[in-house]
Write a protein of this length. Structure first.
Length: 116
């Protein structure tokens, strides 16, 4: 039986490789795409590294801490002045829903008793 497998091509200095313009263009586009992605990623890493090195100064920390304290004081004052909080609104809604449910249950029980 003759061997049906083609013999492997040997590569040497005399081997010729032919590429059409479309293939060359695709290779160039791929290299440009990969290079752009690499340098963009490298730049993003450098920026992230620089941003992580920034620290708050004592003055900046003091100002931000004072702002947080002021917000807490204002919130406490709003609660003391009788502003309705979200908790109170939820509590009122739940109480109304419970009263409505109780009323519906009582109505259903009376209706069931009348049908007996």
């Amino acid at each position: 039986m003759p061997n049906s497998k083609p013999s492997p091509t040997e590569i040497s200095e005399d081997t010729q490789l032919t590429l059409d313009l479309k293939t060359i263009g695709m290779i160039i586009a791929a290299v440009v795409f990969l290079s752009t992605g690499y340098f963009t990623l490298k730049n993003d890493i450098e920026q992230a590294s620089e941003n992580s090195k920034k620290t708050l100064t004592k003055l900046e920390f003091s100002i931000s801490q004072e702002a947080v304290k002021q917000i807490v004081r204002e919130t406490q004052q709003h609660i003391k002045d009788g502003h309705v909080t979200l908790f109170t609104q939820i509590e009122d809604t739940i109480e109304k829903d419970i009263e409505k449910a109780e009323s519906n249950i009582i109505t259903e029980i009376r209706r069931a008793e009348q049908q007996k």
